[in-house]
Each structure stands twice: as structure tokens, then as C-alpha cells.
Design a binder for this molecule. Sequence first.
Ligand code: KIV
Length: 315
Amino acid sequence: MSLTNLSDGLPADNRPAAAPAAGLPSASTLSKVTMPALAQMKRQARPITALTAYDYATSRLVDEAGIDLILVGDSLAMVVLGQDNTLAITVDEMLHHTRAVRRAVRRALLVADMPFGSYHAAIPEAVANAVRFVKEAGAEAVKIEGPRTELVAALAAAEIPVVGHLGLTPQSLLRMGGYRVQAKTADAAAQLCAEAHALAQAGAGALVLEGVPREVAARITAELTIPVIGIGAGPECDGQILVLHDMLNLTFAPHAKFVRQYADASALIREAVDRYREDVEQRAFPTDAESYHLPAAETGAAFPAATSGAAAARG
Ligand code: KIV
């Protein structure tokens, strides 16, 4: 190994200057985000940016925008596949999307959500499922919900970086009876702090805290040495994550309080599709300039122009 290629492992502060024109995203201006780099960002108090993404096009845009962590979240069951919750999505479906994201992402740390049922039984089976995300889809870490310290330790021993997820854990929907803010009493908050410490102790490389009071997230963030990435957990977390479709208004549902809408992709797409429909209906698309033509030598007697049938009927 050449020492000249060694870096401090930190993602560069400077974001890519401009999107590459075509082909693969340029990696030349990018410094790859790794799990140790995230920990270093926490030590240096540099905010960690994270978003979900589920396909090639949007992942590429998110990566090129300089987001540090891309999560192929099981939220894709709802926002991409139109399911009511995240419970039905399978390992194979998650792998399919993770592969698409892998093809696009050059700089961000790529984390894949392990779906409900894929890590809830025996630990060897859970580890085998996690290995599939690394081997078959190129994930650089997996995320699991709940205070599963034994599994986190087993994954760490298998060299698979793990992101824990505590607080409002959507895969616990049936037990929780709905999506509710968690840790709202002093006892529940203390329990959540203990669980966060236990996950970090077991070897989790980072923690997502979802739907918890700001004060609780702030204390956990201050106490843990691993990065804490919040969603609906207030501004003191080491980083923030949002579901991409929420912040782009592509979810067809009222947003939670913590979602800030950064663009209205629904309006943009509706408007573009409306204009296209109108243009086709009015025969304004395609124009001659948007059509291919026979070479002159092939027209005339060689290939007479249309004079009858539908074209003629239209006049
Ligand atoms: O699946 C998902 O999108 C998530 C985020 C909300 C953290 O788990």
C-alpha cells in the first residue's frame, strides 16, 4: 500500500463544485465518507447530513449534493411502493433498491435498513441476512431497530458496521399501536438513555434517534461518543436525517411536525406532465425538429409521402 494515498479519512469540507456532465459521478473531488469518518465528524463538531434514497437517479443527486450518509430506508415500502407501513417489505426487495443506490453513490456512506423479520429471530440468521446487504448490494453498514445489543455485538464481530435506531421505531408499529413520540416521561427517557449506551457499548457505529423529545436526544448525544443522527429529535443531535420524499413533498400525506419541505416535487411533476399531455393532445409535440427524417435519396418515388389513411383523414 502506498502511504501517499493515505488520507485522514475525513470527508472533504468542500462539496463537489459542479455536477459531472455525464456518465458516472466524478469521484476526483470527493473524499469517501466512512464509518470512522462519521465518528471524527462528531469529535470535530461537524454536523452530519443524511437523507434516505431508494433509486439510481435520486441517490446520484443526493450524493452529488454532498450528503454524508445515504440510507436505503425501509420507508421505501411506503413512499416508493405505496404500502401502508414498513412491515411487509422483504430482504430481496431491499437488496434490489440498495443495488440501484450503490450504482449511483460514490462519496456518501451507504447504509441499508434491515427489514422487519430479517433480524428478529436467531442471531446467525440475522448475521447471514446482514452479510447479504454487504456482499450482494454493496452496503457499507446496516441499520437495525431496537435495543438489540447481542445482535449488534454479533454484527460487529462479523465486521459489519451497524447503525442502531431507537425511539420511534416504525417496525414496532403493532406493539406501539401507532407512530407516537417516545420517551416522554423521565422513566422512559432514562430507559432510552440506557439503551443508547448499551448499543454503543455493544459496538454500534452510529445511532438514529427518531421521534423523541429534544431534551432526551440532547443528553444522549452529549453522553455518547458515537454519532447520533436525529429525525424528529431536535437540533442538538450530531446530524440530521429526513426521508427524501417527505422533504420534496412526494408522499401524498400530511407531514409530521419535524419535516421541513425544501421543494414541491409533486407540483413540479404535475405541471410537467400536464404540459406534455396538452402538447400531445394539441399535436404540438413532437415538432419536425424533434423527428427523424429519411435521407433525401430515399424519398419521392423511392418512398412516396403519406397521402391516405389516418394522416389524410386528419387533413
Ligand atoms: O426507513 C427510514 O427511512 C428510516 C429513517 C426514518 C431513519 O429508518
